[in-house]
Design a binder for this molecule. Structure first.
Ligand SMILES: [Fe+2]
Ligand SMILES: [Fe+2]
Length: 245
């Protein structure tokens, strides 16, 4: 699978330079402000457990690659619990809205890319053999690695300033993410033999994974910017109103 992995690493490098990741590196904003995108990814993060449990995992299987996919799925199927934990710790739970209003948000145009990402990935995974699924997982894991590496730093700063441990954003989650399919190192995956036709299929599917995650980052960035502008406007409105008074 060496050729497919090389391709994934090339795409990962390009992916890490997307504007959303520059936003996460922007030190003119506080760590907390840079995490303003967090609620927007809820539809995808919450479905990711199902994607692992019910789409990637296929039991029983006699395919040795699907066995690896299955093992990986057990590691990744419960991380949404830590996502919810940080959701509360970051203060997103303070805003009291009704369940109906939350459903409206969850199914709004502001989160549509997040919702459809899991559908698209499910379609891709269902139509792939075990070995191609491994390449797809590698691509997903590498996109995750770019995000988690950056938010881990933000979590560290928040932990220092506020004394709260962010398990999803921080080191706790990062240390559980091998960045690869299964808890394997790269060598085991790289040494899997892949014929030319399967490599071509894997590369085509990996391209789709990166294209869809690119759109995903665009939605997260738009959401964060809109929210930051909104809170900025609210603050400046209050300031101008109080100066009038
Ligand atoms: Fe995870
Ligand atoms: Fe993962």
């Amino acid at each position: 699978m060496k050729a497919a992995l090389r391709h994934i690493l090339k795409l990962k490098k390009e992916y890490s330079h997307l504007p959303f990741f520059d936003f996460l590196r922007d030190e003119t904003l506080s760590s907390r402000q840079r995490l303003e995108f967090y609620p927007c990814m809820s539809p995808f993060i919450m479905s990711f457990g199902d994607l692992n449990r019910y789409v990637m995992r296929q039991e029983p299987t006699s395919d040795p690659y699907q066995v690896m996919v299955n093992e990986h799925s057990y590691e990744d199927d419960h991380h949404w619990l830590w996502y919810l934990e940080d959701f509360i710790k970051l203060g997103f739970d303070r805003k009291k809205i009704s369940p109906t209003e939350y459903l409206q948000f969850f199914y709004s145009d502001r989160t549509v890319v997040n919702r459809l990402l899991s559908d698209k990935l499910a379609h891709l995974i269902y139509s792939s053999s075990g070995i191609v699924r491994l390449a797809i997982i590698e691509a997903i894991e590498e996109t995750g690695n770019v995000l988690f590496e950056l938010i881990r730093k933000l979590a560290e700063e928040i932990e220092e300033e506020m004394g709260i441990e962010l398990r999803y954003c921080g080191e706790f989650h990062f240390s559980k993410e091998s960045g690869h399919a299964m808890t394997n190192d790269h060598t085991i995956i790289a040494n899997i033999e892949m014929d030319e036709q399967t490599t071509a299929e894997a590369i085509e599917k990996v391209n789709l994974v990166f294209a869809w995650f690119t759109e995903w980052t665009e939605e997260l960035l738009a959401y964060a910017k809109q929210n930051l502008n909104h809170s900025y406007e609210t603050v400046s409105q209050k300031i101008s109103m109080s100066s009038v008074a």
